[in-house]
Design a protein around this ligand. Structure first.
Ligand code: NAI
Length: 455
């Protein structure tokens, strides 16, 4: 029986890139995927949401462009057409991944796989009643929607009154109203989409701020922008029950309820590790997530875990890098995973993006920090293109050394600009050196230059 150099379980960004990189280095690779190649990111996450969000943004801009001299009467929105386009984009990218696997001679097996211990030093994997063997194993099984123990929630999910990020992307029509449980990244992006296309949206959030670990000023300004567009927010609100026609919650004003046609559950995700046979290899987990070290090795030699299933940072771009680090470890190439400068983006309009420490996280690590904030209005292009925008750039610095610890943005193109900030942090270049960079003019990114000159 063939013994593969590597078996990868899971065909999302972590899994398919692991397979691709390993195959590029001439390892023989089998990749198991039970659903569709591309995983959550391509099929029900990053890509489809960006397609829909762009449709919503174009619609809103078309409606609100009078001040720019654009008169557009009878602007309409066709949700089904936007969904059809989204589906076409997903299909094309998924077939692109399949083609890449073929090109690299990765054997893709469309089946649910399960580890089944070892045999003569090789790892055994079972799928469709067959046994496969490999010298190494990489688990890239992803994550799934976390379902908090709220009375009535499971039943409501079953009957389709409460949806997750997966089902909500395929709605045939628009609901009149939507309650969103959880004001994190998924909740905000979906709230932005549905609200922009005319749905009455209410967001319930347990914490006293939206967007979790995001810089507090960015989070507050984003909340103000979203509220200004008509979305309703209830912060510090605990959901008590989901009934047939309402979501009951409690906050400082007491017990309340929202009634809506549909409910979205976006209260976090959890690593998907059940039923993978991990116990047959003695793989250690913490709260359902596989424990990994800086090389993405698990406690079982030769077994790696990349992407959401290790519960570190549930982001596709983290999974990509983890996959490369894991393959480098397999090949004996010196490399290690660093999590401190991984950018985070929320694709609302305006966009929010950040990298490195916030003031709060830096202080928790014992840094004495200073913040410098500059409005985006300082950048000529922003002023030229934006009406009444609340965009800004914030630097977090270590007070004594003036070392850059973090950078946070709210505004257009923030998702594209944040890479520059990541480079600044990762290269640890002193601010005097960064001040000598020439930024193209006019660009919104010049706000970063303006901020550097306030140090
Ligand atoms: P999240 O962790 O970002 O947000 C969940 C929110 O729900 C938190 O603010 C939490 O306080 C709140 N919450 C939890 N239980 C609650 C309850 N019972 N009632 C009210 N609020 C409650 O998780 P989310 O939005 O589900 O996203 C999951 C993962 O997907 C995240 O790791 C995220 O980074 C990733 N993702 C990334 C995107 C991006 O990079 N643009 C887009 C979408 C998802």
């Amino acid at each position: 029986m063939e013994i593969f150099d590597l078996i990868v379980i899971g065909g999302g960004p972590g899994g398919y890139l692991c397979a691709e990189r390993a195959a590029e280095k001439k390892l023989s690779v089998a990749l198991f995927e039970e659903k569709s190649l591309g995983g959550t990111c391509l099929n029900e996450g990053c890509i489809p949401t960006k397609a829909l969000l762009n449709s919503a943004k174009l619609y809103r801009h078309a409606k609100d462009s009078g001040v720019f001299g654009v008169g557009a009467a009878d602007v309409t929105y066709d949700h089904e057409k936007a969904v059809a386009r989204k589906d076409a984009v997903v299909k094309s990218l998924v077939s692109g991944v399949a083609a890449t696997m073929r090109r690299h001679k990765v054997r893709v097996i469309n089946a649910r796989a399960k580890a089944a211990g070892r045999s003569d030093g090789a790892f055994k994997v079972e799928a469709q009643g067959e046994t496969f063997l490999a010298k190494r194993l990489c688990i890239a099984s992803g994550s799934e929607t976390a379902v908090p123990p709220i009375p009535g929630l499971k039943e409501a999910l079953k009957c389709g009154r409460v949806l997750t990020n997966r089902e909500i992307l395929d709605l045939k029509g628009l609901p009149a109203s939507l309650t969103v449980i959880g004001g994190g990244v998924i909740g905000l992006e979906m709230a932005y989409y549905f609200s922009s296309v005319g749905v009455d949206v209410t967001v319930l959030e347990l914490l006293d701020k939206i967007a979790g670990g995001t810089d507090t000023d960015v989070s507050n300004a984003l909340l103000a922008e979203c509220a200004g567009r008509g979305m309703a927010f209830h912060l510090s609100s605990r959901v008590l029950e989901v009934t047939e026609d309402a979501v009951i919650f409690e906050n400082k004003d007491g017990r309340q309820e929202t009634r809506s046609a549909l409910v979205l559950l976006s209260a976090g995700r959890r690593a998907k590790t059940e039923g993978l046979g991990l116990e047959t290899l003695g793989i250690e987990q913490a709260r359902g997530a596989i424990i990994t070290d800086k090389h993405l090795c698990t406690n079982a030699a030769g077994v790696y875990a990349v992407g959401d299933c290790n519960g570190r940072l549930m982001l596709a771009h983290t999974a990509y890098r983890e996959a490369e680090v894991a393959v480098n470890h397999m090949l004996g190439i010196k490399d290690e995973m660093r999590y401190e400068h991984i950018p985070a983006v929320i694709y609302t309009d305006p966009e929010a993006a950040g990298v490195g420490e916030t003031k709060q996280s830096a202080q928790e690590k014992g840094f004495d920090v200073r913040e410098i904030t500059v409005p985006m209005q300082y950048a000529g292009r922003y002023a030229a293109e934006t009406e009444k925008g609340s965009g800004f750039c914030k630097l977090v610095l270590e007070t004594r050394t003036k070392r850059l610890l973090g950078l946070h943005l709210l505004g257009p193109y923030a998702s594209e600009m944040i890479l520059a900030a990541e480079l600044m942090l990762d290269t640890r270049l002193p601010y005097e050196r960064l001040q000598r960079l020439v930024f193209p003019h006019p660009t919104v990114g010049e706000v970063i230059r303006e901020t550097l000159f306030k140090i």
